[in-house]
Design a protein around this ligand. Structure first.
Ligand code: ATP
Ligand code: MN
Length: 467
């Protein structure tokens, strides 16, 4: 076969140099035709759009054409021609075809309209479908937008450890990391496991948040963010929780809770705008196939101001809803950790726009949050979104050494694990704030998908670590 420089389909579809010779490579999505001509829709992942390959059976060996079916990988040389009818402006009239990889009829992606459950069982192949191709292109674009947002504003990308020996973050159940022989564990007189001979000489786990180390960096570099894998062994089989997910955690010196809310709102709006400006082909597809209100919802978020409301006022609204006959699965009272149904009620029914809820009871929030004057609440902020509930959790941090220490003692957090964190408050303490955004929760919102297992390539959830 003649050597011609390959053109990606995304670029090829924009060409108007009719009559020129091109080479395209990709996987066959569909094949149809008559005795005389075959039409092949080829996709190479560079865009959701396929290019149509027209195969004249007088020109191409019939035995070879017979082998072309859904999933086959082809290299095609041909002439670029203007397309008559159909969606695309150009197609390729094949002159030479090479089959790079055959594909037999056991290929699981032959039929359209498979369920999402089925797609998860073929997660190794699902990126080859329109839906998952679109999702993973958007996922890449969002990651890029996040780095750009922070870089443009002078934040430094700071790498916090994935293996940690402090289990005091309290954000969730941890996965243990060990090289010990689990069939032969050494124990002390009390029956507790001895970690002296373990790899790190003490108990170690996978991180549930990079925040504590992020604070060390923010109180030196000024403004930082982390963006990395995060692990929580919570056994909650919900459409919004993964055991392994990606989190973005900005942390900023001298920001108070209002600055923190402003940053969170600007950040989410930037990411959504980025998707609308750069991923429209994919978003349009998802709007047509998955969620008919997707584009409208994305546009409206960019243009509305988020509601800012105190937890106590939120509870009052929910209690009124209950009094008016609204049924929640979980009870509502001051002090309760809001369930997703409560958060969604505020966002979807009551305000009909995103809500930033602040000043939560200290009992349901982490030890490091700045304590309010009332002695009951802390300067926490959760950003609540339609269809999702909590998308961001953050706070102004307690900067006062003594107040922080008192809280740590009240909660019985082991000091030996905390000395380095407390040093930020001992040596030149400063007001600072930050938050965590779950990357996959953002992707749920931007793609309109309803299960978090479908916005990460290889989901890890209870009883599932395939691929
Ligand atoms: P939730 O109440 O929804 O379980 P959380 O309060 O435990 O979340 P935080 O500790 O505040 O979560 O973490 C910050 C952000 O990380 C959350 O707002 C959410 O977007 C995301 N997140 C938390 N847990 C998970 C998870 N298991 N899977 C995916 N994203 C998560
Ligand atoms: Mn939270």
């Amino acid at each position: 076969m003649k050597t011609i420089q390959r053109t990606k389909i995304v670029d090829l579809l924009a060409l108007t140099t009719y009559g020129c010779e091109v080479n395209v490579k990709g996987w066959v999505r569909t094949r149809r035709g008559s005795k005389q001509v075959a039409f092949v829709a080829l996709n190479d992942g560079s865009t959701i759009k396929n290019v149509q390959i027209v195969i004249d059976l007088d020109k191409i060996d019939e035995e070879l054409v017979k082998k072309i079916s859904t999933g086959t990988c082809l290299s095609v040389n041909g002439t670029l021609v203007e397309s008559i009818g159909g969606g695309q402006s150009v197609e390729v009239q094949a002159t030479e075809i090479e089959i790079l990889g055959e594909c037999d009829n056991t290929y699981p992606l032959q039929k359209k309209g498979q369920t999402m459950e089925f797609m998860r069982s073929v997660a190794h192949l699902r990126p080859r479908t329109n839906t998952f191709g679109a999702i993973f292109r958007i996922r890449h674009n969002m990651a890029y937008a996040i780095h750009k947002f922070f870089h443009d504003r002078g934040f430094y990308y700071f790498h916090t450890p994935i293996i940690t020996a402090s289990d005091c973050e309290g954000a969730g159940q941890m996965f243990q990391v060990t090289t010990m022989n689990l069939y032969d564990l050494k124990k002390d007189e009390q029956g507790s496991i001895k970690y002296d001979d373990d790899f790190f000489g003490k108990q170690a786990s996978l991180t549930v948040s990079g925040q504590l180390e992020g604070e060390l960096a923010a109180t030196a570099l000024g403004a930082i963010y982390t963006f990395g894998p995060t692990f929580r062994a919570e056994n909650s089989n919900t459409p919004r929780h993964l055991a392994e997910f990606w989190m973005i955690e900005p942390e900023v010196a001298f920001n108070d809770i209002v600055d923190n809310m402003n940053l969170a709102e600007e950040f989410i709006k930037y990411c959504v705008s980025w998707a609308l400006d750069n991923c429209m082909d994919d978003i349009k597809f998802l709007n047509d196939m998955i969620d008919k209100e997707l584009i409208e919802r994305l546009r409206s978020i960019v243009n509305t101001e988020f509601v800012r409301l105190k937890y106590t006022e939120g509870i009052e609204i929910l209690e009124k809803a209950v009094a008016d006959g609204h049924k929640f699965e979980f009870p509502v009272y001051w002090g309760v950790d809001l369930a997703s149904e409560h958060e969604r009620y505020l966002v979807e029914h009551h305000f009909k726009r995103p809500v930033i809820l602040t000043d939560y009871p200290k009992e349901i929030k982490a030890f490091y949050m700045k304590q309010n004057e009332d002695g009951k609440t802390v300067r926490a902020m959760d950003v609540l979104f339609p269809k999702i509930g909590e998308i961001i959790g953050g706070s102004e941090r307690e900067a006062d050494y003594n107040k922080l220490l008192t809280r740590i003692e009240e909660l019985g957090i082991p000091m030996k694990d905390m000395w380095w964190y407390l040093d930020t408050r001992r040596y030149g303490s400063c007001p600072h704030s930050g938050f965590g955004l779950g990357f996959e929760r953002l992707l749920l919102f931007v793609t309109g998908m309803s299960n978090i297992r479908d916005v990460i390539p290889f989901p890890r959830t209870p009883n599932n670590a395939e691929f």
